[in-house]
Design a protein around this ligand. Structure first.
Ligand code: HEC
Ligand code: HEC
Length: 328
């Protein structure tokens, strides 16, 4: 993210630490400087303001299986609220039981990412939203058909009208994308132990998590996993044994991008297993060890791994409370 070095509440955190008699407070404060608490909302684009009506409509569409060819797959099939808004299987299963190439990333905090998908092929959530409806391995539906299906329901005429009051013919693909993106921007997970710690509650993280945070900085993880969502939204070469996925290269055709993937968010990473672009690593210890080896040329000891993984658990925030909508 752009605002890497935004000054935060370090002064009050420091004061708190000193008052609480916590060990070397200024040393910890220095580490805290590398992190940012997660805001309650990501940046909202000027051309897609957030309104309650749009959020409500976006939520209905997110859970709506009738915009898929089979009539049974919705966004929530793969981005399941009960499974960290992902699917907990290595690679997504979509239309007709087909298995896709890639692991389903969580949509939690996706509004904080500067590009969407493992290869960053879409710049924003508006651009992203229509892809899965049409993808043959996902929902396998033409947009024209999806729009026709929505038009069959009076309640969608009402909801699109309320969400886009200035649009004479509001049930259209742009508005579908805008509404879904607006809903997604509400799916954030603030107040994780790290966030509370950064805001001055020095008891919010265990000693082991604090040690993990220091190691995360000292080892160099923070070079790529930084900003509020712990991603630089940039692309880095990463080769998984047996994988032929060329990653960012498929988008740019630039040799430099061969096998490069966008740094994923580490927010809620403890609940969004399995890991990596093809979901081939199930265990967080193994994922962290592989990162150390490939990205930093470093083997961690078991104690170091435990601390780093403990720190990853401090990144699990409050899950959004979303009531599954009643669909027509
Ligand atoms: C069949 C399973 C499946 C369905 C259905 C599905 N997705 Fe996804 N989603 C995925 C996979 C797999 C990826 C990663 C694809 C890639 O990177 O090439 C993804 C990526 C995303 C991302 C990017 C997140 C990131 O970190 O880059 C968002 C946002 C998203 N999906 C939202 C949606 C929305 C909205 C819908 C419904 C319109 C939807 N998805 C339907 C499996 C699915
Ligand atoms: C050079 C940049 C870079 C560095 C340094 C780095 N990472 Fe990563 N990290 C990435 C990228 C890129 C991915 C996605 C790789 C893939 O799946 O293709 C990733 C993926 C991960 C994942 C899996 C997330 C998921 O949802 O699949 C974890 C966990 C992780 N990193 C933790 C760490 C830790 C801990 C460190 C330090 C030991 C670290 N990373 C260092 C760039 C980096």
């Amino acid at each position: 993210m752009k605002n890497k070095n935004v000054p935060r509440l370090c002064v009050s955190a420091l004061a708190f630490a000193l008052a609480a008699g916590a060990a070397p407070a200024d040393e910890i404060a220095e580490y805290m400087d590398f992190f940012e608490p997660l805001p309650y909302l990501p940046p909202i684009p000027a051309d897609n303001t957030m309104t309650p009506e749009k959020i409500e409509l976006g939520k209905m569409l997110f859970f709506e299986p009738r915009i898929s060819a089979s009539g049974v797959i919705s966004c929530a099939t793969c981005h399941n609220p009960a499974l960290g808004w992902a699917d907990r299987i290595p690679r997504a299963v979509g239309h007709g039981g087909q298995v896709g190439e890639r692991n389903t990333p969580t949509v939690l905090n996706s509004g904080f990412l500067e590009s969407q998908f493992w290869d960053g092929r879409e710049p924003d959530l508006e651009g992203q939203a229509l892809g899965p409806i049409q993808a043959d391995v996902e929902m396998n539906m033409t947009l024209a058909e999806a729009i026709e299906r929505l038009k069959e329901f009076d309640i969608y005429h009402e909801h699109f009208g309320a969400a886009f009051p200035d649009d004479p013919d509001p049930i259209n693909q742009d508005n579908v994308a805008h509404a879904i993106a607006t809903f997604e921007r509400t799916l954030n997970t603030p107040n994780s132990p790290l966030d509370r710690f950064l805001r001055g509650d020095m008891q919010a993280m265990s000693d082991s998590q604090v040690e993990g945070m220091k190691l995360f900085v000292d080892a160099g993880c923070v070079a790529c996993h930084n900003g509020p969502a712990l991603t630089d939204s940039n692309f880095h070469r990463f080769e998984l044994p047996g994988s032929t996925d060329e990653g960012r290269f498929v988008v740019t055709g630039d040799e430099m991008d061969m096998f490069a993937f966008r740094t994923p968010t580490l927010r809620n990473v403890a609940v969004t297993y399995p890991y990596f672009n093809n979901g081939s690593v199930a265990d967080l210890h193994d994922a962290v060890q592989l990162m150390g080896q490939q990205m930093l040329g470093q083997d961690f000891t078991d104690t170091e791994l435990d601390r780093l993984v403990d720190f990853m658990h401090a990144l699990t925030g409050e899950m959004p409370r979303v009531e599954i909508p009643a669909l027509p």
